[in-house]
Design a protein around this ligand. Structure first.
Ligand SMILES: C[S@@+](CC[C@H](N)C(=O)[O-])C[C@H]1O[C@@H](n2cnc3c(N)ncnc32)[C@H](O)[C@@H]1O
Length: 324
């Protein structure tokens, strides 16, 4: 992989864009394979199946679990989380519950695809907390990388292995593992350790566990809620990582607006030193994303940063400096 290409991204956060055609393929992949679609009203969809004997008990269980997931007692919280992810690893709950964060899932997939292309990733990606494996499988479909997806939830790994997409990929390109640690991945072999929405917390303790997996040019690609401003750089540096890029993804889920953070960190510094990651990541808003969302020309489910980057790059490619 070519880590120096990160400099292009530092100069212009639109350097991670995939084409409109690729975005359409991604939309079908998530919708057809996993039932993850924009504009789904989670409560309404659950209420539609609540009287069905097959599902009513599970819906009650989902409700009960929400309480333990917000419990102040860590043990309760973890048990609640585990049960929640087991329940939403099967349809129709998988599609209904994941569609709630459609724009996040969609934009992470698009971002990772574009990042793999930019950095010419040909080696291994470890997707920590992969759940049913949509990101892992999409990356094998859309890039030259091999992927290992890891999750502690056995029902999720079972689903991940059973999809048509996963069964059809060339042998050796995609593997799923049910485990809650990183055992079995040889040290120094991974191009990108990715964590989307919770597999790895942005803390020194968690980052330290993944650093040994990376080779010298390897990168951690982290997606989630922006950590505290004061903690972003110190947490990485104490784990032996340099912050290489800070960015934003997401947008309208179809019913609410939810941008999320992207942090890229590597074992060696490349390009410019980022001193204020939050301001650095917010450049894309002023670049035109605000206008893109408010112009009335783009449907809500296309008001995500992946769509914005794609449209902007395609327009800029043919007509320089058009103002969106
Ligand atoms: C919110 S889901 C995120 C799924 C997916 N990565 C995404 O972006 O939508 C978090 C996943 O992380 C898994 N997880 C949490 N802690 C883990 C650990 N220590 N080891 C393995 N998996 C873990 C959970 O089982 C769950 O499937």
């Amino acid at each position: 992989m070519d880590l120096e290409k990160i400099c292009e991204l530092q100069r212009d956060p639109r350097a991670v864009a995939i084409s409109q055609q690729q975005l359409a393929a991604l939309r079908s992949f998530l919708g057809d394979g996993y039932g993850i679609k924009p504009g789904i009203d989670t409560d309404f969809e659950l209420s539609k199946i609540a009287d069905d004997a097959e599902f009513s008990e599970m819906i009650m269980r989902l409700w009960d679990i929400q309480e333990s997931r917000t419990s102040p007692i860590p043990g309760h919280r973890e048990r609640g989380d585990q049960e929640f992810y087991e329940l939403i690893a099967m349809q129709p709950f998988l599609g209904i519950m994941h569609s709630h964060k459609w724009s996040f899932i969609f934009d992470v997939a698009a971002y990772m695809q574009a990042l793999c292309e930019l950095l010419a990733v040909r080696g291994l990606i470890a997707d920590i907390g992969c759940h049913v494996g949509y990101h892992s499988t999409w990356l094998v479909e859309s890039s030259a990388a091999s992927v290992v997806g890891i999750d502690r939830c056995s029902a999720a790994i079972h689903f991940a292995e059973s999809t048509r997409f996963a069964r059809e990929v060339p042998h050796g390109k995609l593997e799923f593992r049910c485990q809650k640690d990183l055992k079995g991945i040889p040290a120094g072999t991974v191009d990108i350790v990715m964590s989307s929405d919770g597999g790895v917390d942005w803390t020194t303790k968690c980052l330290r566990t993944v650093v040994p997996l990376l080779h010298e040019d390897g990168v951690v690609a982290w997606f989630g809620d922006m950590p505290d401003r004061d903690q972003i750089i110190p947490a990485a540096e104490r784990a032996g990582l340099h912050l290489l890029h800070a960015d934003v993804i997401g947008g309208w889920t179809g019913h609410h607006f939810e941008p999320k953070a992207v942090l890229l960190a590597g074992k060696r510094p490349v390009g410019q030193a980022i001193k204020d990651p939050i301001s650095f990541s917010e450049r894309i808003w002023d670049d035109g994303f605000r206008k893109f969302c408010n112009s009335g020309e783009n449907p809500r489910d296309k008001q995500t940063l992946a769509h914005y980057r794609s449209v902007k790059i395609e327009i800029d490619g043919s007509r320089a400096s058009i103002d969106l």
